[in-house]
Design a binder for this molecule. Structure first.
Ligand SMILES: CC(C)(COP(=O)(O)OP(=O)(O)OC[C@H]1O[C@@H](n2cnc3c(N)ncnc32)[C@H](O)[C@@H]1OP(=O)(O)O)[C@@H](O)C(=O)NCCC(=O)NCCS
Length: 187
């Protein structure tokens, strides 16, 4: 997977994935005030405009931010989420995503995940895509199950450091043949 090549624009149904832009910063700042995002992701909390700006400009300086493929999610011309593939080793990448509160429960996250997985298998040389979430994040789990990921039974105990403490996580993986037909996700 070549993270240096920029993120190609991908489209399905009402969802477009594209490079993030400075115009997204205000919406990103508003979205990231959401309690669910603070609860389930590692975005900074409290979340300031400067965090969004640094993220869009890839200024945070961590290897994760320079190495992963990332897209802004757009619906009807407005930014409404982020999604990424972070390579862990040759042929394997982990998916991560968030959808703004105003765009949830409309199939946006599922279609976005389908698009990046399809791209990862076709053009990103991936053999397997993985997901993990803090135990209890049912919306995220439903989303990946909808796309075809297989959630492993049980929990990985204390697998992740999350906001200052170790937490149990759910884990799942997706192989190319698991990916559901895109039409099944269209609203
Ligand atoms: C998880 C998240 C990305 C889902 O995005 P979304 O665009 O609402 O997802 P979709 O509309 O594609 O829905 C996918 C599935 O999740 C279900 N779902 C979505 N929100 C839900 C909720 N609050 N409670 C229960 N199920 C929910 C949908 O019903 C759908 O399942 P279905 O096929 O059984 O109907 C969004 O809730 C979010 O950004 N949460 C906070 C950040 C986060 O948790 N990121 C992931 C970290 S691992």
């Amino acid at each position: 997977m070549d993270a240096g090549a920029g993120s190609p624009t991908l489209r399905a149904g009402h969802v477009t994935l594209r490079e993030m832009a400075l115009d997204d910063v205000d919406d990103m700042t508003v979205a990231c005030q959401d309690a669910e995002i603070a609860r389930w992701t590692t975005v900074p909390s409290p979340y300031e405009r400067e965090h969004a700006l640094a993220f869009v400009e890839r200024r945070t300086g961590t290897p994760v931010d320079t190495e992963r493929m990332r897209w802004g999610i757009e619906v009807e011309g407005r930014w409404c989420g982020n999604i990424s593939l972070r390579p862990d080793e040759a042929g394997l990448a982990e998916i991560g995503f968030l959808v703004a509160p105003w765009a949830r429960r409309q199939g946006v996250g599922s279609l976005a995940a389908w698009l990046v997985c399809d791209w990862g298998f076709r053009d990103g040389d991936l053999d397997v895509i993985t997901w993990h979430a803090v135990v209890g994040n049912d919306p995220s789990r439903r989303l990946v199950e909808r796309v075809g990921f297989r959630v492993m039974p049980g929990v990985a105990r204390l697998r992740m450091a999350h906001r200052g403490k170790r937490v149990d996580v759910w884990m799942a993986d997706l192989l190319p043949d698991d990916l559901v037909p895109m039409r099944t996700l269209l609203p």
